[in-house]
Design a protein around this ligand. Structure first.
Ligand SMILES: Cc1ncc(COP(=O)(O)O)c(C=O)c1O
Length: 416
């Protein structure tokens, strides 16, 4: 066996030695905007934040944008603006970052987990319908990794059962469903600008909506309960201070200048990877719904289909890929409902929803929750992070070559 075909993990030559692009990417636009804000001596919510809110909302084809401190806060003010509260159930996927479910707890509502689809990692509308009860108030579909959830199906359910839709769009900057950006496809949607995200100011977030009422209510919750056009020391809602600063907006405006071309590049490279990886035995790709008119990639996800690699674990496969010079990780290790927050029965004492919410009138025991597809995905998903998709076609070819090489030599992994 030549050292080229021998796995790097077994002493062969790796497919690749060059690094992939690093993150974050920044430059002159961010420097210029930051200096402008420094010199203006106005660092607090003002013209730059407003400019960013308008430009970002337009980028996602939404009417209104309400910026805030992070994606978690965006989901919380979105839920509050949709009047989700104590004793109500909100259907969420268990394959997500904790904020998707914890935001529901923070507004004193009860997260109900519905399963995901194996070929999208997004909420399965059929399981969502099965989980709807007379207490259900809202659905929070996550556009996982940037792949849009089936918004037609969720909107149909929302109409049928009179539910609100708060999109967790924290991975989907630039994703379009039938030509319209995510975020305002439902009632509202939250985005994150945290450091790892495709547009970032270190921390930051925004809620988008096409409804003026939802946007104004969310603004009030994010701005100490103040009212539009009212005086500074009048407070109408029990809000928080969740405002973004001018300095963060200066960075985001710079980042936004690159977002369109970066999104298109990742989308092209993602399609190239799909084409090259399709047909490799034991690898499952995500489905590209024709109603998705552009896909943003926060992560490129594929499945390591365990039963097609007998005797080899996903962790061994990832180790082999890493040794070939291809960064890749396994993502979330457990479904959200297996977190101690949900497993511990007592919660924080009386009044802690959902464990002892006096308004709920039902008992929840998350130890009995099982979403089979989510359990599979937590064991089989492999994540390639978005900065890698900003490289060139020959770099994508390296990923394809490395995965083909690992598959061709997979039996050698049983001995390492
Ligand atoms: C799917 C999802 N929702 C919500 C969030 C929360 O965003 P933030 O970290 O900005 O609060 C994240 C962050 O990683 C996320 O991945």
């Amino acid at each position: 066996m030549s050292s080229k075909s021998k796995l790097a993990l077994c002493g062969g030559a790796p497919v690749r030695k060059k690094p992939f692009p690093s993150w974050p990417i920044f430059g002159q636009p961010e420097r210029r905007n930051l200096l402008n804000v420094f010199d203006s001596a106005h660092w607090w919510y003002g013209a730059k934040v407003k400019e960013f809110e308008e430009k970002y909302a337009a980028f996602q084809n939404a009417r209104f944008g309400v910026s805030c401190t992070n994606g978690t806060a965006a989901l919380e003010i979105g839920l509050l603006a949709c009047k989700v509260g104590a004793g109500q159930e909100v259907i969420v996927p268990p394959y997500s970052f904790i904020a998707t479910a914890s935001a529901v707890l923070k507004v004193n509502a009860i997260p109900v987990f519905a399963d995901i689809e194996l070929d999208t990692c997004n909420l399965d509308p059929r399981d969502v319908e099965r989980k709807i009860t007379s207490k259900t108030k809202a659905i929070v579909p996550v556009h996982f990794g940037g792949l849009p959830a089936d918004m037609d199906a969720f909107k149909k359910l929302a109409r049928k059962y009179k539910l609100k839709i708060i999109e967790d769009a924290c991975h989907s900057w630039g994703t379009k469903w039938k030509g319209k950006g995510t975020g305002a496809l439902g009632d509202c949607g939250g985005f994150s600008f945290q450091m790892s995200k495709n547009i970032t100011s270190g921390e930051g977030g925004i809620l988008l909506s096409d409804s003026e009422t939802v946007a104004e209510t969310a603004r009030s919750y994010s701005n100490c309960g103040r009212g539009k056009g009212k005086t500074f020391y009048e407070h109408f809602l029990p809000g928080s201070n969740l405002r973004l600063t001018e300095l963060q907006a200066a960075i985001l405006l710079g980042q936004l200048e690159r977002l369109e071309s970066q999104t298109n590049k990742r989308d092209r490279n993602g399609a190239f990877l799909d084409h090259g990886l399709r047909g490799i035995p034991g690898i499952g790709l995500m489905r590209r719904d024709p109603r998705m008119t552009r896909r943003s990639y926060h992560v490129y996800i594929f499945r390591f289909i365990s039963n097609e690699w007998p005797g080899v674990s996903r962790e061994q496969f990832i180790k082999a890929l890493n040794a070939e010079g291809i960064p890749c990780s396994g993502g979330y290790p457990i479904p959200l409902y297996k977190n101690p927050m949900f497993r511990m029965r007592q919660g924080r004492g009386p009044g802690f929803c959902p464990i002892s919410c006096p308004f709920y009138g039902k008992k929840v025991d998350y130890r009995h929750v099982v979403c089979p597809n989510t359990e599979i995905i937590c064991k089989e998903a492999c994540w390639i992070f978005h900065p890698m998709l900003l490289a060139e076609k020959n770099d994508m070819q390296d990923i394809i070559n490395a995965m083909s090489k690992v598959r061709e030599n997979w039996k050698a992994l049983k001995n390492v």
